[in-house]
Design a protein around this ligand. Structure first.
Ligand code: FAD
Length: 374
């Protein structure tokens, strides 16, 4: 367990909300409908500002608290956890940027952008989505094809994105694109905040997958979209490399809490089911069988190993953010938890067998596909 102090109140609040989210999860999953009601609850609880610094009106959660809070939310509803993380990738990456010492026009523009974005989250309760992935490319930054060029007063953006979670529901979309004349192996990638109503923005509703259905991760197209200068993310071109090298805990590792929550809910669900399941034709519970105990025991140990690695990585972000060792832990923990969650789900299906009643579930996690997102 961690040696750092975690904001236990925030984590407890998220756990409480997750209990409510769990009661709605199956419906949203079945309908593939975005959980607007969950997001309304998150807004009402001030949680859109979870990682926004306190001096900007937010709750100022550190990365470990964030990871534990997200774990709770995702245990209640996997899709709400995953999409809530997309919002926090924008908020968190901005929160930790230190602009002191950056003088002149550049420093002022960076501060103005942060003020604007935090105000959108805190006062106006606006939700931010993240549009990186592209057809045939996935989220491989070096191959991004969407492009932008400078024009008077801003930029013009063109490109196609897929898997945009919250498409049509988020207020703002942080879109990554390469500078039009930047063709090298390491292209100059910049991020733009695009609104749903900006001319040239189109959403194509295609999302009908087997799992994580309530993320509504649809396609988006940008055709000659004008983005004013003040919506260039952090007023800085070429942030792509910075984010990958210095902020992998957001770009890559923000999800670790969500996947851990999904795994935890799956594990709890499995244990609850097995306790109630009788051996057909007898009064004995299946948990009296040694092989069931052995299998569950092995999964429990792996669950704790993965939990330990996730917390250790999150703790490292606080203690030594952006260092080689911390980044290594972030990548390792994401790999571990996103491999373990689907493995656990498949083992749980084998162990539990037939259709289960929802009585002992606090989550819909088993109706999702844990660990496959982003
Ligand atoms: C529920 C869900 C929500 C998502 N939400 C978002 C979102 O909000 N925003 C967003 O931008 N994206 C989102 N994504 C997209 C996600 O980030 C990935 O881009 C997408 O899932 C495709 O990546 P991938 O790694 O699965 O597939 P790919 O990158 O196509 O990889 C698939 C397989 O191809 C092979 N492969 C790929 N590249 C190489 C290589 N260089 N060398 C060897 N083998 C290779 C590997 O075997 C790999 O396992 C979401 C995805 C899901 C499922």
């Amino acid at each position: 367990m961690t040696t750092l102090t975690v904001d236990a109140d925030v984590v407890a609040r998220c756990r409480e909300l997750a209990g409510v989210f769990a009661t709605r999860a199956a419906r949203h999953d079945l309908e593939a409908s975005f959980p607007v009601d969950d997001f309304q609850d998150l807004k009402d609880a001030g949680l859109l500002a979870l990682v926004v610094p306190r001096d900007h009106g937010g709750l100022g959660a550190d990365f470990l608290t964030y990871t534990m809070a997200l774990e709770q939310i995702a245990a209640g509803h996997a899709s709400t956890g995953l999409t809530f993380n997309m919002h926090n990738i924008a908020a968190g990456s901005l929160a930790e940027v230190d602009t002191t010492g950056i003088e002149g026009r550049r420093g002022r523009a960076m501060n103005a952008f942060r003020e604007w974005a935090f105000d959108q989250m805190v006062t106006h309760r606006r939700v931010f989505a993240s549009a990186n992935s592209e057809p045939g490319i996935g989220a491989h930054f070096s191959a991004i094809r969407s492009s932008y060029r400078r024009v008077d007063g801003g930029f013009v953006l063109n490109g196609s994105k897929l898997f945009v979670s919250m498409a049509g529901f988020a207020d703002w979309y942080v879109v990554v694109a390469r500078r039009e004349d930047s063709d090298g192996a390491i292209p100059e990638l910049s991020f733009f905040v695009v609104g749903l109503d900006d001319p040239g923005v189109r959403i194509e509703k295609v999302w009908d997958p087997l799992g994580m259905r309530a993320t509504t991760s649809d396609n988006m197209y940008f055709t000659d979209v004008f983005v004013p200068s003040d919506r260039l993310f952090l007023a800085s071109e070429g942030l792509g490399a910075y984010k990958v090298v210095h902020q992998p805990h957001w770009v890559i590792g923000g999800y670790i809490g969500a996947y851990l929550g999904i795994a935890t809910a799956t594990f709890d669900y499995m244990v609850g089911h097995l306790r109630n399941k009788r051996i057909p034709g007898s009064d004995s519970s299946v948990v009296t069988r040694e092989w069931v105990q052995h299998s569950v025991g092995e999964l429990a140990v792996r669950m704790e190993e993965v939990r330990g690695l996730v917390y250790r990585a999150a703790e490292a972000v606080q203690l030594d953010r952006g260092s080689r060792e911390t980044n290594r832990l972030i990548h390792a923990s994401k790999h571990a938890v996103s491999e373990f969650a689907p493995y656990l789900a498949s083992q749980a299906i084998r162990l539990c067998g037939d259709r289960v009643s929802p009585d002992h579930s606090r989550s819909s996690a088993t109706t999702g596909t844990p660990g496959w997102g982003a």
